[in-house]
Each structure stands twice: as structure tokens, then as C-alpha cells.
Ligand binder design. Structure first.
Ligand SMILES: NC(=O)c1ccc[n+]([C@@H]2O[C@H](COP(=O)([O-])OP(=O)(O)OC[C@H]3O[C@@H](n4cnc5c(N)ncnc54)[C@H](OP(=O)(O)O)[C@@H]3O)[C@@H](O)[C@H]2O)c1
Length: 321
């Protein structure tokens, strides 16, 4: 089968399309013929020689400190079951599934996944390409739930125009929140069309000085300094970041202990039940995937270059025929 492998951390050029052996499922696994996979900023960060934060250092301990131990990137995927192992009960040949691979490997024609992974039957109203990135919506759901989102909360999403943010905006609207989004100017119209109540171009001065405060600030890109984050919160406001930074730990604990405000971060912990929940929201028309570009497997390096330019609106997907 064809797969995109990398043997060293480095620029997008380290990604190479190769012919490798097709995997054989264990008794508890399904062999999925992958039809689409999301290419995310997280994949670019994992491929890059830079280690931007302590959390990424911990991720590298798992992924391989000096060289990648897992050689195929890609976590969010959709495809069709080709065969199942002898003990698999939940799925059968021909089932169309979407979800997350916890050990990467989605930039390939086939992958073996345990039936216990976060996988579910495809939403009836989505294509493989639309369904593949929905795992990023699970990450959004995790953070919004952790922040205790409820009806009529005022929510600010910083970095709303990308993979996580476009789902977070739609979910926050579904929960009945009033949502302000922050991103670069060329993404604001798309965000308005997804339901944003107010939009802010972060390149037009320091919006945290406007005096407006929020019940929840979801910082998808971790771009707000500690002081600016605290300034944006209501008296009992909650700040949550998708980027855990060790340097923020003590100041965040201090604010959480000494004021009514809460400063949180962490890693998303996706569950199968949440994927089923998102599937229901998708089928009811409350959640959709924004896709800006499709690439072929042979173009994954080009896709990484594009994502790293920071121009991506919503999601970029590799389509595997
Ligand atoms: N903690 C977890 O469990 C978890 C899970 C998944 C992902 N992540 C992390 O979450 C991060 C975001 O992922 P993603 O897939 O949503 O990335 P993405 O698709 O690149 O979206 C990020 C968005 O933020 C915007 N942005 C960049 N700098 C900004 C700034 N200073 N202020 C406001 N907006 C800014 C970008 O637009 P411009 O470039 O045009 O400015 C882009 O639209 C990644 O670093 C990923 O590793 C964490």
C-alpha cells in the first residue's frame, strides 16, 4: 500500500510517499481502507524539528525523541472496513467509519485500529472528506465542556478560524452562547457565516484592552499572554487553553486560588460516546465541517507547507482514492 512516511523530524520535505506492506488486523482490530484524513497544525508541529512547549517534549518522548518511532502521521480519518479480526463485534466488512487513530498512521491507504478506539459509523449527511476532521470537533467539545459552557454565556474563541476553532464556534452557538471570534481578517467572513455574533481581527491592535469581558475565553492557539487572558474574564470567568504551557502553571493556579476566575488547560481526551453525540448533531444540521482544500497522498508535504503559512481556513484534507 502507499503511505506518507518520515524518518527524521524536519521541514515538509522529510515527508515521502512510499510503498509499504499492507497491515494485517489482529483479532480485536478492523482493517480500514482510509478514504480521507485531516491534515492538521498538530501534524505539522509533530513533524517539525522545533519543540514549541514542554507538552510537545512529553509527546516526543512517546513519538521518538531524536527520530520518529511512529513513521506515519495523521490522526483524524474516515474510511471503509475491508476486513475485521476474529473477535471484532461492533463493526463488519463494508461499514463506513470515522474517528481518531490514537497512534497516528492516517496518511496511508490502510490502517488497523482496535474496535475500542474512538470510531463510529459515518454521519449519513457527510462525505468521507467532511467526516475525517470531525475528531477536531471532539477536542473542541472537550474544552468547552471543561469550561462548563451553558446557555447565554458570553464566549470568546481566540484562533477560531482553523480546525478546532470552526467546530468550537458552532458548538458554542449550539449551546446557546453569544460568541465572539478572534482571527486574521481573511477568516472573519467565513466565521460570521458559521454564526459568530462578533468578530475581531487580532492584527488590528490589542483587543484585550477594549474593556469587554467574557464568561469563557477559549484560547485555541495559546497566543494570549497570562495577563491579557485574565483581563478578558468576567468576575467568575473561565479561561481554557488548548496549549498547555509549563510557564503558565503557577500564575494560573494563583489566579484560580485567589479570585473567582478559573485558568485551565490540558489535553483533550476523546471518547466514543462524544463522537456519537457529534454525529447526532451533524445529522440534525447543527455542525458542519469547513474544508478549504483537498490534497492527494502524494501532496501531503505541499499541504504541510500551506498549513504552515497560516492561511488555512477551517480544514485541509487528504483524499485517498
Ligand atoms: N490540547 C490538546 O489536546 C490539543 C488537541 C488538538 C490540537 N491542539 C493544538 O491546538 C492548536 C490549534 O489547532 P488547530 O488545528 O485549530 O490549528 P489551525 O487550524 O492552524 O488554527 C489556528 C488558527 O489560529 C489563528 N491564529 C494564529 N495566530 C493567532 C493569534 N495570535 N491570535 C488569534 N488567532 C491566531 C490562525 O490564523 P492565522 O494563521 O491566519 O493567524 C488559525 O486560523 C495546535 O497547536 C494544536 O497542536 C491541542
Amino acid at each position: 500500500m502507499k503511505a506518507v512516511l518520515f524518518y527524521n523530524y524536519g521541514p515538509p520535505e522529510v515527508l515521502q510517499l512510499k510503498e509499504v506492506e499492507k497491515p494485517v488486523p489482529k483479532d480485536n482490530e478492523v482493517l480500514l481502507k482510509i478514504r480521507a484524513a485531516a491534515i492538521t497544525m498538530g501534524d505539522c508541529e509533530m513533524r517539525s524539528p522545533k519543540i514549541p512547549s514542554f507538552t510537545w517534549f512529553l509527546a516526543r518522548l512517546y513519538f521518538g525523541l531524536r527520530k520518529p518511532r511512529l513513521k506515519i502521521l495523521g490522526s483524524y480519518l474516515a474510511g471503509e472496513v475491508e476486513t475485521v479480526g476474529a473477535e471484532v463485534k461492533s463493526f463488519k466488512k463494508g461499514d463506513q467509519l470515522f474517528g481518531i487513530s490514537h497512534r497516528f498512521g492516517a496518511f496511508a491507504e490502510y490502517i488497523c485500529l482496535s474496535e475500542k478506539y474512538v470510531l463510529s459509523g459515518m454521519p449519513s449527511n457527510m462525505t468521507f472528506e467532511e467526516a475525517a476532521p470531525v475528531g477536531l470537533g471532539l477536542d473542541s467539545l472537550h474544552f468547552l465542556k471543561k469550561a462548563g459552557i451553558k446557555k447565554e454565556d458570553t464566549v470568546l474563541i481566540n484562533g477560531a478560524g482553523g480546525g478546532i476553532g470552526t467546530y468550537a464556534l458552532q458548538l458554542a452557538k449550539y449551546y446557546g452562547a453569544k460568541v465572539t471570534v478572534v482571527d486574521s481578517n481573511d477568516k472573519l467572513e467565513m466565521l460570521r457565516s458559521l454564526g459568530a455574533d462578533a468578530v475581531i481581527d487580532y492584527q488590528e491592535g490589542d483587543f484585550t484592552k477594549s474593556g469587554t469581558t467574557y464568561d469563557i475565553v477559549f484560547d485555541v492557539v495559546g497566543a494570549l499572554s497570562h495577563r491579557r487572558s485574565v483581563r478578558l474574564l468576567n468576575k467568575n470567568g473561565r479561561y481554557i487553553s488548548a496549549i498547555p504551557l509549563l510557564s503558565r502553571l503557577l500564575p494560573s493556579l494563583w489566579v484560580s486560588w485567589t479570585t473567582g476566575k478559573k485558568m485551565m488547560t490540558g489535553l483533550a481526551n476523546p471518547h466514543k460516546e462524544d463522537l456519537d453525540y457529534l454525529k447526532d448533531l451533524i445529522e440534525a444540521g447543527h455542525l458542519k465541517t469547513v474544508i478549504e482544500r483537498h490534497y492527494g497522498l502524494e501532496e501531503v508535504a505541499e499541504a504541510h507547507r500551506y498549513i504552515e503559512k497560516g492561511e488555512k481556513k477551517g480544514n485541509v484534507v487528504v483524499k485517498i482514492d
